[in-house]
Design a protein around this ligand. Structure first.
Ligand code: NAD
Ligand code: TYD
Length: 359
């Protein structure tokens, strides 16, 4: 692993991953291809360790000529593919871009990698790897009492987002089988932590608490997610790149399954402690039940035995310590939050998603 192409590296997990890998691997060069959609922000890439080993390229993963040129020009031996449209609610309102980026974009990268690595001989003797970053949501919705998902669980996606991610996973595996593309896939549970765009549950709740705005809980708040601190996810991907077996999939998760309401309540408790002078305390009074998400998955749970036993990875951060660290990060980065708050398209999204939901 010498020259890595990271796609979507200006987004939440991608930017954390670039920070992690530059710290961890002193000899690698990172090329970061990102379209800078609403979710991609150059601010996420400030303060990179050793920034001269990071090259940013603004562009679309669906642009075959650009991807092909980057692979050749930088002698890319490893692709770590994060770029995607990622918000389930947006996929329900407007699914087209999810199919374009998540399916066509992944296909474009695979075709470019096939041409450069498998047909032209690529970066010579160096071994190559296509690592695809995917989600637990491809497995669908667990009924009460059903066991946690393993890597063998059949796919059963519910939303346009998860269906598009499932399609991209299938393409990656098909390239492995048909063309012997050396790939690995990781399917990870819900992430949280620094630089997460505040359309997702945890950062949205944090910024609303600080502003004294309602905390919109979908349905009865009894849905269950498995939460992982983003840095733990980055370490898991790095382990898979270093020690994972080509052609294998690894499930990643945080070993916790609280209800959404329990997560929001924990955040309210943290807010009460960190912001005890706030006129909005106790913050739990801001909790507002709103109309549920269509097709809302009730429960996710991941079996992480494989990555634990084969690669020795386990989450380091507990949910409580991770939520506290995340809350502090958002309080310390008020300018990062307010830049997003000032964007008309973010305000339009809040209007579109929440106005019609009011109880
Ligand atoms: P994000 O929405 O924060 O960032 C996505 C990034 O991709 C942005 O920087 C955006 O500009 C870029 N991008 C979007 N379309 C692009 C295109 N056509 N070409 C180039 N760049 C493009 O996403 P995230 O939460 O960091 O998720 C990253 C990856 O991890 C995704 O593939 C997602 O499916 C997966 N994942 C996310 C979670 C989670 O909880 N966030 C959990 C498991 C898996
Ligand atoms: P989200 O962060 O959007 O991630 P995902 O849908 O990929 O799991 O949502 C996490 C959970 O929180 C999900 O069950 C939907 C719920 N949710 C709310 O209750 N209110 C909200 O405002 C949001 C954004 C999500």
């Amino acid at each position: 692993m010498k020259n890595i192409l990271v796609t979507g590296g200006a987004g939440f997990i991608g930017s954390n991953f670039i920070r992690f890998i530059l710290r961890q691997e002193p000899d690698i060069q990172v090329v970061n291809l990102d379209k800078l959609t609403y979710a991609g922000r150059m601010e996420n890439l400030q303060d990179l360790p050793d920034p001269q080993r990071h090259i940013f390229v603004k562009g679309d993963v669906c642009d075959r000529d650009l991807v092909q040129r980057l692979l050749r020009q930088h002698r890319i031996d490893t692709i770590v593919h994060f770029a995607a449209e990622t918000h389930v609610d947006r996929s329900i309102s407007a699914p087209d871009q999810f199919i374009q980026t998540n399916v066509i974009g992944t296909h474009t990268l695979l075709e470019a990698a096939r041409a450069y690595w498998l047909e032209e001989g690529g970066p010579g003797e160096t071994s190559v790897r296509f690592h695809h970053v995917s989600t637990d949501e491809v497995y669908g919705d667990l009924r009460p009492g059903e066991p946690a998902w393993t890597e063998e669980t059949p796919y059963d996606p519910s939303s346009p987002y998860s269906a598009s991610k499932a399609a991209s996973d299938h393409l990656v595996r098909a390239y492995g089988r048909t063309y012997q593309m050396p790939y690995t896939i990781t399917n990870c549970t819900n992430n949280y932590g620094p630089y997460q765009f505040p359309e997702k549950l945890i950062p949205l709740m944090l910024i609303n608490m600080v502003a004294g705005k309602p905390l919109p809980v979908y349905g009865d708040g009894g849905q269950i997610r498995d939460w992982l601190y983003v840095e733990d996810h980055c370490e898991a991907i790095w382990r898979v790149l270093r020690r994972g077996t080509p052609g294998e999939t690894y499930n990643i998760g945080g070993n916790n399954q609280p209800t959404n309401l329990a997560v929001v309540q924990t955040l309210c408790d943290i807010a009460d402690e960190l912001l005890h002078d706030s006129p909005h305390a106790p913050h739990a009074q801001l909790i507002t039940y709103v109309k549920d998400r269509p097709g809302h998955d009730r429960r996710y749970a991941m079996d992480i035995t494989k990555i634990r036993t084969q690669l020795g990875w386990e989450p380091r951060q507990s949910l409580e310590s991770g939520l506290l660290a995340t809350f502090k990060w958002y309080l310390e980065h008020a300018e990062w939050v307010s830049q997003i708050n000032r964007q008309a398209d973010f305000q339009n999204w809040l209007e579109l998603n929440y106005t019609k939901r009011t109880p």
